[in-house]
Design a binder for this molecule. Structure first.
Ligand code: ATP
Ligand code: MG
Length: 436
């Protein structure tokens, strides 16, 4: 382990949790028991980060993370339901059915971690550090509070309480250096500002302009994960506004962002409104505990790009069906440069888009109507039609028609319909033609 002398020189303010309305009872019981067990084995362990921040702000914590000076192998030795993950920096995952509580050993600050021996080899020991190292490795001050279950105290090394009070997202250390080290922190800043209803501290905000381009180098899989956190956390509409405010939406969806600047102002406004309504709709569903999928949101975010691509290709090909599928491919390919959208979701997006054309055509025959109504993606496609309408597309007649149709029991496919009787087979006897 690194020397304490190498760790940053920080003063710890120990605050009584009760003064802030925080006691052991507010944390997940399993997480508190894990901390106690690690403590009993002679180590320090704390609840850390988002859970304390959220409790202080009166929000329900999403997960309960633990930080400790016990090494991952030492943690693993204490819990039968523990698995170690990661290679260079190992983390202990303690499993409770489908839930996981993560226990991380205090990390060294990057300069110590990257210290090498005479042969240039990274010294294994340097991955781990003291609590002070762990504090300065975190991103924003509001994410760097520790809670000690033994004493019920909150450990505050960075005057975090002042930032919580002032509703301020402030980077720990030099913002430009920390964004360069990990550009995803810019997206996190925008997300926390939205989620916590805070403002980004001026220097933390100003550095985004210098570092924004760095997001291009982030692996597309990581950006997809981040997009999920931004848009599927129940506060997606606010995240969208925050991303726009800090000019970061363009880093995730450059093509959609350029449609927002389209020379036809009506179309630009329509595109923004469509995305906003889709996000507000998803937030609402999450608040009501109804199922949501990011495919629906991605379909909305990329739709304005798809529509333009389709129009261009239709003029070239003069074949709407070919133009439609080609446009889907073009848009997916372009989006994949930034976000790696899983194949299954790409399939759902294609269905939602291509079903839009069938709303128009299917009105002409009962068979087509019924086939559309019983399509597994009908409901999502219909909700999507409503969003397009809400954003200003002149779809009044189509929306009324399909809304009324769903109230028409004779047309709706019934789910408990008896299977059709099978064709009778001749038993034995002569073979019929075509039987061989
Ligand atoms: P939420 O779970 O509500 O999204 P959170 O703060 O718990 O918020 P996580 O992504 O779960 O966020 O990360 C847990 C903690 O790990 C954070 O509170 C922060 O201290 C630290 N952390 C996460 N990502 C980074 C990063 N990119 N750079 C530095 N520290 C990070
Ligand atoms: Mg978390």
């Amino acid at each position: 382990m690194s020397q304490a002398a190498n760790s940053p020189n920080l003063t710890c303010r120990r605050l009584d949790g009760k003064d802030y309305g925080i006691t052991n009872n507010q944390f997940d019981r399993r997480a508190v028991n894990i901390v106690k067990q690690i403590n009993q084995a002679g180590f320090d362990a704390y609840l850390v980060g988002g859970c304390i921040r959220d409790l202080l702000l009166g929000l329900p914590p999403k997960d309960f993370d633990i930080a400790t000076n016990a090494r991952p192998e030492e943690v693993a030795g204490l819990f039968r339901n523990c698995r170690l993950i990661g290679r260079r920096f190992r983390l202990a995952h303690i499993h409770f059915g489908r839930d996981i509580i993560e226990v991380a050993t205090f990390r060294a600050s990057p300069d110590q971690e990257q210290r090498t021996d005479a042969h240039g080899h990274v010294l294994e020991d340097n991955h781990y550090g003291h609590i002070e190292d762990d504090v300065v490795r975190r991103d924003f001050t509001v994410n760097a509070l520790y809670y000690d279950v033994r004493s019920g105290e909150i450990l505050d090394y960075l005057n975090v309480m002042d930032d919580i009070e002032a509703k301020r997202i402030a980077m720990i250390g030099d913002p430009e250096a920390r964004y360069t080290e990990d550009p995803v922190r810019m997206l996190r800043a925008a997300r926390f500002a939205a989620k916590l209803n805070m403002t980004i501290e001026p220097k933390t905000q100003a550095a985004i302009a210098q570092c924004r381009d760095g997001i291009k180098a982030v692996p597309a899989a990581r950006l997809f994960d981040e997009a999920q956190k931004l848009f599927m956390g129940g506060y997606g509409e606010r995240c969208f506004a925050s991303l726009q405010e800090h000019d970061l939406f363009t880093a995730l969806f450059p093509d959609t962002a350029s449609v927002f600047e389209h020379q036809q102002e009506d179309y630009a406004r329509y595109a923004q409104e469509l995305v906003r309504i889709a996000l507000a709709n998803t937030d609402q569903r999450i608040a009501e505990g109804r199922p949501v999928t990011i495919a629906f949101l991605l379909a909305a975010i990329l739709w304005p790009v798809y529509q333009l691509a389709y129009q261009g290709l239709f003029e070239e090909r003069d074949n709407w069906h070919a133009a439609m599928h080609e446009a889907v491919d073009v848009v997916h390919l372009a989006a994949a440069e930034r976000l790696s959208i899983p194949v299954r979701l790409r399939g759902m997006i294609r269905e939602i888009w291509t079903l839009q054309a069938r709303f128009d055509l299917a009105g002409r025959s009962t068979r087509k109507m019924q086939s559309l109504l019983s399509h597994p993606r009908f409901r999502a496609a219909y909700d999507f039609l409503l969003i397009r309408h809400g954003a200003g597309e002149p779809l009044d007649a189509l929306v009324d028609w399909w809304t009324a149709l769903q109230q028409d029991n004779d047309l709706m496919p019934s789910h408990d319909e008896k299977p059709r009787p099978k064709k009778r087979r001749s038993r034995g006897g002569r073979k019929r033609r075509g039987d061989r």
